[in-house]
Design a protein around this ligand. Sequence first.
Ligand SMILES: Cc1ncc(COP(=O)(O)O)c(C=O)c1O
Length: 392
Amino acid sequence: MDVFQKCRDFERANEVKASGLYPYFVPLGGHVGAEMEIDGHGIIMLGSNNYLGLTDNPYVMEKAAEAIKRYGTGCTGSRFLNGTLDLHIELENRLAEFLGRERVITFSTGFQANLGVIATLAGRDDIIYVDRSVHASIIDGARMSFARVQKYRHNDIDQLRHMLGKHGDHGALIVTDGVFSMEGDLADVPGLTKAARDFGARLMVDDAHGVGTMGEHGRGTAEHFDCEQEVDILVGTFSKSFACIGGFAAGPEDVIDYIMHTARPMIFSASLPPAAVATVLATLDILENEPSLLKKTHRVAERARKGLSELGFNVGNSVAPIIPIIVGEEMLTFRFWKELFNEGVFTNPVISPAVPPDGALLRTSYMATHTDEMIDRAVDIFETVGKRLGLI
Ligand SMILES: Cc1ncc(COP(=O)(O)O)c(C=O)c1O
């Protein structure tokens, strides 16, 4: 059969478009801030991962512009051969110091970091244990590795321990999100570190949403639980709190050295452009010097969480500045999204396979730059639309 046939048979997006509720690829015409204009009307942005609100911070933008002037727009080659700037090394050293890790290596996206680390560390003879709710890039990294993959129920450490009890002579790598990306709940990192220790496995935590939001200094979910040194490898991204794009892996010197010399998604892909590296360095300056920003993000999210749960919405078990509003049915979720959008609130509808088929939800996320007034206005709009649709 023609490999194009599936494209021609693909009707799902057109059906949603025909219903007038299509919520994807919405073009944004300006800075991604707490409140912005879309299609000529003001909208409160509850759909961005810009947790610290730094994407349009004047200091950060200035540093990015300076880097373009000094280094140009791109490196046009991979870190391995001709795409390493002194700026990349500076960032890796700064991050290693910030995170209290021996060494850091950067990738051009967080997705690539997961592919690179997992497929480098695990191979045919190994077993990778993943939480059922992990990010797609972890699943793809595990597939790329050719290792056997075993999924344990979400945060079910007993089931994981049962599985680990059978790994025998195979190498074992446990991989989890730190903050789960769709629902904002946390992995039981202390339980995972203990399981790893008890059964001779290694633990990798992808804390894309946790670094910059969790822990007193923003070092992530393991800092929050006070067990940082028991996590073997920490992976993260610059596409959320760090207001840019890129990814990193942090861990022991010899492990990172091996990853640098073998991870195909890094070796065979161009390096982070200078403006991106300078952006991340500037956001690190801010994160280190203004810890109040992190607390502000949580205060904003707490205000929204309280408002939404008092209205009777099902907001799951979120702890991070991500709050899901669980709806269940897909088309109802799209309608909810559309009516909120029309009334002035931007959210993200999330459907299967990112969540289970009957678990469609609106993902909302919060920034240090949201004001109380914006949050209260958004909650009022949720109330109006929620009542209109019979959700509360
Ligand atoms: C948990 C998690 N890991 C990895 C990624 C990929 O990050 P990036 O956008 O840097 O490719 C994401 C992004 O959505 C994520 O949520």
